[in-house]
Design a protein around this ligand. Structure first.
Ligand code: ZN
Length: 294
C-alpha cells in the first residue's frame, strides 16, 4: 500500500485532471500563419477537437528567452527579469527565487508538490533551458543539430515518452523561428517548415498513443512569439499574437474560444491540470474555459 502511494503522483494523482501534460512549443509561430497554412492536419485536428485561441499574447519584448520564461514561470517580464532574446540569467533580479535560486516555474512547483513526478524538457534551442528550473527536472536534452538532423528532437521525445511516460513534458522546436529569420515570415518556405513541423507533431501524438497515455493526456501547443519580415522583438500584432491550443482529457471540444489569454497563463493552465497550488508571485491564471466541469 505504501509503495502504491509513493508511485508517481500517488494519492495526489487521483485529484489530477489528467495524468500527463505534453507541451509542444514552436518558436516563432505567429498566430497569423494558422489560417494561411497548408498541410497542418495534426494541428488543425487538435484545434477542432479541443479548444483554441489565435489571440494569445506574447510578453514584450517579443523575443525568445523572455517569452519561454513567461510561458513556464507564470509571470511577466518585469517579474522574472529575463529581458533579452538570449538572456541566460535575469537582467534585473527576479522578484522571488526558490531554493534552487530560480523564479518558481511550473516544473519547480510540480516537483515540490509531487516529488515523484516524471518531468522532462527537450529543446532545439538550448536557451530555453536557462530560463526554467532544470534542477527540478528528471531529464532534459538538446537537439541543436536540427538543420542537419531535422527530426532529432522528435526522436528524443518519442523515446522519452515511450520509456518514461512523463507526467509533464515540454518539447520545444526552434526550426520555424530559424526559417523566419533566414527566409522571412509569411513566406512559402516558412509555411513549408510549419507543414514539416506538423508531421513532427503527428509523431509525438503517435508516441503518446503508443505509450498507452492517450486517454489520460492533455496536449498543449503554443509559441514564444510570432514575427514579421525577417525577425521579431517589436510590438506589432504579427510579432505578439501566438496560438494557444489545448486538447485531451478533460478539455472541452469547442473550437475557438474568446478568453483573453496571456503568455504567462500557460504555466497556470498546466498547474490547474495537476491541481497545483500556484505561487503568490505568479500573475498567470488558468484558461478556465477549456476545462470540462469537475
Ligand atoms: Zn523565439
Amino acid at each position: 500500500m505504501l509503495l502504491l502511494l509513493l508511485a508517481a503522483g500517488g494519492a495526489q494523482a487521483k485529484r489530477w485532471r489528467a495524468r500527463h501534460v505534453v507541451v509542444i512549443g514552436l518558436d516563432g509561430w505567429g498566430a497569423y500563419s494558422v489560417p494561411r497554412a497548408h498541410d497542418i492536419p495534426n494541428i488543425r485536428w487538435l484545434m477542432e477537437h479541443g479548444s483554441y485561441s489565435l489571440r494569445d499574447r506574447a510578453v514584450l519584448p517579443s523575443a525568445s528567452a523572455i517569452n519561454w520564461a513567461s510561458m513556464f514561470n507564470g509571470a511577466p517580464t518585469e517579474m522574472h527579469g529575463y529581458m533579452k532574446w538570449n538572456s541566460q540569467r535575469p537582467d534585473i533580479p527576479s522578484m522571488i527565487e526558490n531554493e534552487r535560486q530560480k523564479f518558481p516555474s511550473v516544473f519547480s512547483i510540480m516537483r515540490e508538490q509531487n516529488p515523484e513526478a516524471e518531468m522532462g524538457c527537450l529543446v532545439e534551442w538550448p536557451g530555453v533551458l536557462h530560463v526554467i528550473d532544470t534542477l527540478a527536472l528528471n531529464y532534459w536534452d538538446r537537439a541543436e543539430d536540427y538543420e542537419q538532423d531535422p527530426d532529432h528532437l522528435t526522436r528524443l521525445a518519442e523515446r522519452y515518452i515511450l520509456d518514461k511516460k512523463p507526467n509533464l513534458l515540454a518539447v520545444c522546436y526552434v526550426a520555424l523561428d530559424h526559417e523566419g529569420h533566414v527566409n522571412g515570415h509569411d513566406t512559402p518556405k516558412y509555411y513549408d517548415m510549419l507543414a514539416y513541423l506538423d508531421t513532427q507533431v503527428g509523431r509525438v501524438l503517435q508516441a503518446i498513443r503508443d505509450a498507452g497515455m492517450w486517454d489520460d493526456t492533455v496536449i498543449l501547443m503554443t509559441a514564444d512569439h510570432g514575427g514579421k519580415e525577417n525577425g521579431h522583438g517589436g510590438s506589432s500584432i504579427l510579432e505578439m499574437e501566438i496560438p494557444f491550443i489545448a486538447y485531451g482529457k478533460g478539455i472541452r471540444q469547442q473550437g475557438e474560444i474568446s478568453d483573453v489569454i496571456m503568455q504567462y497563463d500557460m504555466a497556470a493552465t498546466i498547474a490547474e491540470v495537476f491541481r497545483l497550488r500556484r505561487p503568490q508571485a505568479w500573475r498567470g491564471q488558468p484558461v478556465w474555459s477549456i476545462f470540462s466541469k469537475k
